[in-house]
Design a protein around this ligand. Sequence first.
Ligand SMILES: [Mg+2]
Length: 307
Amino acid sequence: MEREFLSKLADRIPAHPRAPLGVGDDAAIVTTPTGRCVVSTDMLSDEVDFLLTECLPTRIGRKALAVNLSDMAAMAAKPIAAFVSVLLPETGAADLADQLSEGILKLAKEFDVALPGGDTNVWPGKLAISVTILGDPTEHGVWQRDGAKSGDAILVTGKLGGSILGKHFDFEPRVREALLLNERYEINAALDISDGFAIDLDRLAVASGLGAQVDLNSLPISRAAEQLSQRTGKTPLAHALGDGEDFELLFTASSDVAKQLLADQPLDIEIRQVGEMIPTPGLWSSDRSVNDSSLKPLAVTGFEHGN
Ligand SMILES: [Mg+2]
């Protein structure tokens, strides 16, 4: 539903010189008389994104800010300030607000994000929390998802899959990692993996007018994906490909830059090359472990909003 609605809405929103990137990337870019600002907003609501009966409100507050920080990382923007709006259910509203803000304040401090405003309302419905974040594009420029070039290496930070076992709440937004990579290397396109590696890579490929070839054998599979696979009967690889909310960085760079980057390993977490951007549209897989370099269609698995 969300994608369809957004594409219709995008057609109706007139191009505006103060919002040159338009809609559809991880964040928007707004120009101001003195420069540019990167802006993103994300809303979490009870029974859609979490179950209030089953999780601590401090974790919900933290996550509401963390997903926005992750979108700043996806653009390589430095988070500056965030605004939080909350709809609180009538029962226990004050206590709930306290606990939500505890989670938000702690993470905001960690990432040096100002919290200059917001809004709190009590209503007869369920909890909803929306965060709008502003970021600075820095002197090194922003990353967009439409900048990949044919022949680019596809790179990913950290490990993938099984986030439902805990990482979907406790993930570290890759802000510091993105800023460091942007300072030292020429990255051509990027996004954060929020809905699943395969579906997000497909979005990057489509935005860049290309296809992507994934080497299944090189995908970094998390322990959580392995644990979860014992319960679900799906393979760990299927979890790494299709599970949402890993909030790792997925990005592309020329093969020369990638070679340097992989040799340097400049982050505390591992960066892996998992494939290559190709001219043929679509998502394709190869498996070098069985000496098979032929391309097979790869299912675009992941989370579709509003389904
Ligand atoms: Mg994103």
